[in-house]
Structure formats: structure tokens, C-alpha cells
Design a protein around this ligand. Structure first.
Ligand code: ADP
Ligand code: MG
Length: 434
């Protein structure tokens, strides 16, 4: 598959080196054609983006001009920079020391991720950002809200805690962003968001971004946006984003064994495994560990520190498997996730799209394996209908599908794996059924 023109290059490979000599002005890169200050283009270059993604290209000019924005595009299409860059551009001439922009986002992971992008993109400006989210102390966040940061990226609950204490001052606020609005409403944040929005100056620019546009998001935008410019990047099926999908039918009590067997494949270098529940995530990680595969776990019941540690360990390759639930994985931005494994078939086809979007982020290649127990087949069929393609069924050669269900166990992670045939193989060991 040919990479898209906006595939990220590591920042150590400066974009300049790839530019042929005798570059004429018409060869300016896509970001040069956008109305962005050179300070910001420098940040873009350092973060390693060569070309704007479609949502960035279509949003930035209108947002820089001050329009309210409703932006919809699938997960992984670069929506964060689509609002961060115009937001920074509009605040470049503002003085320091007051909150000028607020970005509301559903999870701490997303807040931290946006804060990370912001630090890089704003690296050559005087503007500072701070993330405000639950599960950690209030003091640093209080300092940021008292004027230590011009841009606040917050989860709704924690922000309201601060607002209740009286020192939050949004009088100078110029820009509000509602990021991942669909997820924010899914998670029940609508009342919190309303309470926050009522306390913001009404003279402001508002941008709303969402992967999907369910009716609740539409009515939220009617309520809080003024004559918004709609920017919609056509929803492509995940198939188009460079993912190879494969379904692996297996009785539910053999799922752990099958996963351990799959993990013998040395090409599975960084594997994000999704389970339906927190409990199943914990249990699976323990069973993988007993099978000789170290795995990190992230889910809603783990502390912020535990999550950060699990993510860092995965990012650094200390453990090549990360077991996650859907909400926790939202915002996990790990470069080069080689494989997504759906240990359980999600009930909602949307969830499948989100999960699989974790691999092949920004158009790289990735594989997605889904373990399917017989009772999960109907869910898989609904997913196939949603993504508009049939997912091949495959068997793992040499795996014993006949092992009996141990007595007294319900489904789920199965017994300990047998240790025979624990060989690494460079070959693809999964064969498609024709
Ligand atoms: P979304 O919010 O739409 O899910 P993100 O903003 O999280 O997407 O971006 C997804 C990934 O794509 C991130 O790793 C981000 O760094 C990368 N990315 C964003 N814009 C570009 C670009 N113009 N070129 C290359 N990579 C990009
Ligand atoms: Mg996003």
C-alpha cells in the first residue's frame, strides 16, 4: 500500500532533507500553504508532520478566520492538531498570564496526549498549556488555572472541582474546544459540560470535534455554537486505512491459549489486546504472565500512576503486550502498534472501528485479529456489515482446537497453555482459509 502523503516521519529526519534542491515557492509543503505563523510551522516541522491531514487542511483556514467549527472525521485522522494550530495562531499576540483557551476532553489520557502535542506545536511561542484531570493532586493544576497557563486542557469533572473552589477565572477566555464530543456524551459528561459552558464568556470561538455525529452531539452544537462551519472528512471504512483484518474462530475457553500461541509470532512486536471488562483484562494479563508473556494492563479502575507506568512500559518495549478496556485505550497514542487483538468481539461495531484505529494510526500498516467464540459470531457479522467488508476467517495451524473445557469454568481466559511448541518463528503462522 502506498503511504499517504502525510505519513509522519521521525523528527530526527528533518523534512528539509527530503526537499529537492532548487525548491521553487510553488513547491511549498502543505503546511506552508496554511495561514500559520512561521513559529507554528517550526513546531509542525519538529513534531514531524509533512503534510496536513484532510481534516487539518479543511479546518485550519476557517478556524484561523475565527469561525466556529464542527469537525467530524474518524479516529486517528489528526483532529488534535486541526484545532491546536488555529487556536495557537489566534492567541499569538495575546499577553501571558490569563486563561485564553479551554479544551474539554473526556479522559485523562486524551488530556495528556493533547498536552503533549501542544507542548511541541507551541514550542516556539510564549503560550503555555496545562492538563487538568482527576486522580492526581490539585496544587499544580490550581497554579495553572490561576494564570500559569494560557491554554487549559481539562476533563470536565476535575475542572468543575476547581471551579467550585473559586479561583478559576475564565473572563479572558477566547476559545473553547469540545474534543471527542461523542465520547464525552457517551461517558455521561453532558450535565458537567453544560455547567462549565454556562460559566464561560459568550463572546468566544467554539470548536467541536467528534468521530461521529449522533443526535445528542448535533443538539449540543446547536445549543453552543454560532453559525458553525461544518468540516466533514468522508468516513472511510477501516479497511482503507491499511489494516489487515482476520477473524479467528475459537471456543471461548481456549482464547488465552490461542493468544499465547499467536504471540509466538515474532512479528507481533507491540500488541494491544482489548477485553470487554476490567475483570477480564486483569485476569488475562495474569494468565499471559503465567504463560511467559509480560503484559501491562490499563483500565478505569487502575490509578493514574499505574496507567502511566503500563503505557510507558509498552511504549518503551518493556512489555510488548498491553491489555486494555475500551475507555482506557481511548487516547492511547502508541506509534507502531503492530497488532490489535480483540480478545472479545465488541458488541458495538463502532467500538471495533475505534479499537482497530489504534493500529495503522495515521496510515501506517497494522493487523487486527479478532478471537471469535461461536456465540460471538452474530456480533462479528454486524461489524462486517458496518465496515462494509467481509473479514476472513482463519485457523492457526498446529493449535489444538479440540482441548476440552475444564470442568466448573465459564468462558473467558482459559487454562494455562501447554508449553510444547513454544518456538519463535519469523514466518506468518496464520493461514487464511480460502
Ligand atoms: P484523532 O484525534 O483524529 O483521533 P490525533 O490527533 O490523535 O487523531 O492524531 C492521530 C495520529 O496522527 C497522532 O499520532 C498524530 O501525531 C498523527 N498526526 C496528526 N497529524 C498528522 C500529520 N499532519 N502528519 C502525520 N501525522 C499526523
Ligand atoms: Mg482526538
Amino acid at each position: 500500500m502506498t503511504p499517504q502523503p502525510w505519513v509522519r516521519v521521525p523528527s530526527c529526519m528533518s523534512a528539509d532533507k527530503d526537499t529537492p534542491p532548487n525548491t521553487s515557492p510553488s513547491d511549498a509543503t502543505g503546511f506552508d500553504r496554511l495561514p500559520l505563523h512561521s513559529k507554528l510551522r517550526k513546531g509542525v516541522q519538529e513534531i514531524g508532520y509533512l503534510e496536513p491531514t484532510p481534516i487539518q487542511r479543511d479546518t485550519i483556514p476557517h478556524a484561523v478566520a475565527g469561525r466556529d467549527i464542527i469537525g467530524t472525521a474518524q479516529t486517528g485522522t489528526g483532529k488534535t492538531a486541526a484545532f491546536l494550530l488555529p487556536l495557537l495562531e489566534r492567541l499569538l499576540d495575546e499577553p501571558r498570564g490569563r486563561t485564553l483557551a479551554l479544551i474539554l476532553t473526556p479522559t485523562r489520557e486524551l488530556a495528556l496526549q493533547a498536552d503533549g502535542f501542544l507542548r511541541k506545536l507551541a514550542g516556539h511561542t510564549h503560550l503555555r498549556g496545562a492538563a487538568v484531570y482527576g486522580g492526581v493532586g490539585m496544587a499544580d493544576q490550581e497554579r495553572a488555572l490561576r494564570g500559569g497557563a494560557e491554554i487549559i486542557i481539562a476533563t470536565p469533572g476535575r475542572l468543575l472541582d476547581h471551579m467550585g473552589r473559586g479561583y478559576v477565572n475564565f473572563r479572558a477566555l477566547r476559545i473553547l474546544v469540545l474534543d471527542e464530543a461523542d465520547r464525552m456524551l457517551d461517558m455521561g459528561f453532558l450535565p458537567d459540560v453544560r455547567r462549565i459552558l454556562r460559566q464561560l464568556p459568550s463572546q468566544r470561538q467554539t470548536m467541536l470535534f467528534s468521530a461521529t455525529m449522533p443526535p445528542e452531539v448535533v443538539s449540543l452544537s446547536r445549543e453552543f455554537l454560532r453559525d458553525p462551519k461544518m468540516v466533514q472528512v468522508e468516513e472511510r471504512t477501516v479497511a482503507a486505512v491499511g489494516v489487515t483484518h482476520l477473524a479467528l474462530p475459537v471456543p471461548s475457553h481456549l482464547k488465552t491459549d490461542l493468544l499465547l500461541n499467536l504471540l509466538q509470532d515474532a512479528t507481533m512486536t507491540s500488541v494491544l489486546v482489548f477485553t470487554r471488562t476490567k475483570h477480564r483484562a486483569d485476569r488475562l494479563a495474569q494468565q499471559l504472565a503465567r504463560g511467559g508473556v509480560a503484559a501491562g494492563v490499563i483500565h478505569g479502575n487502575r490509578s493514574q500512576n499505574q496507567r502511566v507506568r503500563a503505557l510507558e512500559g509498552f511504549r518503551l518495549g518493556e512489555h510488548r503486550v498491553l491489555v486494555a478496556t475500551d475507555i482506557a485505550a481511548r487516547g492511547v497514542d502508541v506509534k507502531d502498534v503492530s497488532h490489535v487483538v480483540n480478545f472479545d468481539v465488541p458488541h458495538e461495531p463502532e467500538t471495533y472501528v475505534h479499537r482497530v484505529g489504534r493500529t495503522a494510526r495515521a496510515q501506517q500498516r497494522g493487523d487486527a485479529y479478532t478471537l471469535v467464540a461461536p456465540e460471538e459470531e452474530p456480533d462479528l457479522v454486524r461489524i462486517e456489515r458496518t465496515i462494509g467488508m467481509r473479514i476472513d476467517r482463519a485457523k492457526v495451524p498446529g493449535f489444538s482446537y479440540e482441548a476440552p473445557r475444564p470442568p466448573g469454568r465459564s468462558g473467558g481466559p482459559g487454562p494455562r497453555p501447554s508449553h510444547q511448541d513454544r518456538r519463535f518463528s519469523q514466518r506468518r503462522r496464520v493461514y487464511r482459509r480460502r
